[in-house]
Design a protein around this ligand. Structure first.
Ligand SMILES: Cc1cc2nc3c(=O)[nH]c(=O)nc-3n(C[C@H](O)[C@H](O)[C@H](O)COP(=O)(O)OP(=O)(O)OC[C@H]3O[C@@H](n4cnc5c(N)ncnc54)[C@H](O)[C@@H]3O)c2cc1C
Length: 259
C-alpha cells in the first residue's frame, strides 16, 4: 500500500520528503513503479502547485520543473526545444511527462535532460541552490531535495542541434540521443544512452572548437565516442551504439541547427 501526501508547493513537498518517499511529477515513471510493486518506497509526495510554465530570470529562460512536454510544445518561445519535446512518447505521455521528471529518467529515457545538458542549463533546487546540469547529472542518484526549475540562455537561431535515433517511429524510445550547442569557440556535444546518464563528448567538442566545417565534422566523428561507455540493452548492443554514433553525429551536424 502506497500512501499519497499532497503539499501545496515543491518547497513544502521537499520538506515532507523522507525515508521511503518518492516525489511524483507527472507520474509516467513513478506510477509504473507503483503498478509493478516497487518496494523502494511506500509514500508518494506531490505538490499541488509545482512551478509550471516558462518565465525569465537572470540567465535568460526559466522553465518550471512541473512544465510538461505538451506545455513546451505550446510555447512558440521554446521552438528550439520542440524537436526534443515532440518526440517524447505519444500525446498522452507528453501531457503528463515533466521536465523535472526527465532529469531523473534513466536510460533509455532522458532526452530532455540530454538537450538541457547541451544547452548548458542550470538546475535550481527548491531550497535555491543551483547546479550546472553536468554536475547534477553526474550526481543525480545522490541528490537530496527537489528540483524547482531549470534556467538557460536562449541559443542563437540555428545554434542548437538535436537528433533522436529510434527504431520505432514516431514515438519509440532512443537508441542514442544527440544534442549540441555550437557557439563561438565553446561547442557542447552531448550523447544520451552512451553512458549511465547523458554525457558530454569532450573530444568531439575540441575537434569542433574552430567551427563547423567538413574537416572539423570529420575530426569530431573520428573521436566522438572517446570517454563514453555505452551498454548493451534490449534496444541495441554497446558495440552497435559505438559504431553508429559517429554516423548520427555527422548527420546531425550536417542537417543544421534548430531555431
Ligand atoms: C510509454 C512511455 C514512453 C516514454 N518515452 C520517452 C521518450 O521518448 N523520451 C524520454 O526522455 N522519456 C520517455 N518516457 C519516460 C518519461 O515519460 C519521461 O522521461 C518524463 O519526462 C518523466 O517525467 P514525469 O514527470 O512523468 O516523472 P515521474 O514519473 O513523476 O518521476 C520520475 C522520477 O523523477 C523524480 N522527480 C520528478 N520530478 C521531480 C522534481 N521536480 N524534483 C526531484 N525529483 C523529481 C521522481 O521522484 C521519480 O524518481 C516514456 C515513458 C513511457 C511510460
Amino acid at each position: 500500500m502506497v500512501a499519497v501526501e499532497t503539499y501545496q508547493t515543491v518547497a513544502e513537498a521537499a520538506a515532507g520528503l523522507g525515508e521511503g518517499a518518492r516525489y511524483l511529477g507527472g507520474g509516467t515513471i513513478v506510477m509504473r513503479q507503483v503498478n509493478y510493486g516497487d518496494q523502494g518506497f511506500h509514500r508518494i509526495v506531490r505538490a499541488a502547485r509545482p512551478e509550471r510554465g516558462i518565465g525569465n530570470d537572470v540567465q535568460g529562460l526559466r522553465i518550471g520543473a512541473g512544465t510538461t512536454m505538451a506545455d513546451i510544445l505550446a510555447h512558440a518561445e521554446l521552438s528550439f526545444l520542440h524537436p526534443v519535446a515532440g518526440q517524447i512518447g505519444g500525446p498522452a505521455i507528453r501531457n503528463m511527462a515533466t521536465v523535472g521528471g526527465n532529469l531523473f529518467a534513466e536510460n533509455p529515457y532522458g532526452d530532455m535532460a540530454a538537450a538541457l545538458l547541451a544547452l548548458d542549463a542550470q538546475v535550481i533546487m527548491a531550497g535555491g541552490q543551483t547546479h550546472p546540469m553536468e554536475r547534477f547529472l553526474a550526481d543525480r542518484k545522490h541528490m537530496r531535495g527537489l528540483v524547482e526549475a531549470v534556467s538557460l540562455q536562449r541559443p542563437q537561431p540555428g545554434a542548437f542541434y538535436y537528433r533522436k535515433v529510434s527504431r520505432v517511429k514516431p514515438k519509440g524510445v532512443a537508441v542514442i540521443t544527440l544534442a549540441a550547442l555550437i557557439r563561438g569557440g565553446e561547442p557542447r556535444v552531448v550523447f544520451g544512452n552512451m553512458a549511465a546518464a547523458p554525457m558530454r563528448a569532450h573530444a568531439a567538442e575540441r575537434a569542433l572548437g574552430g567551427g563547423v566545417s567538413e574537416a572539423s565534422i570529420a575530426a569530431a566523428c573520428a573521436v566522438c565516442t572517446e570517454g563514453l561507455s555505452p551498454t548493451d540493452d534490449a534496444l541495441a548492443s554497446a558495440w552497435y551504439r559505438a559504431e553508429v554514433a559517429p554516423v548520427h553525429l555527422r548527420r546531425m551536424l550536417e542537417s543544421g541547427g534548430h531555431s
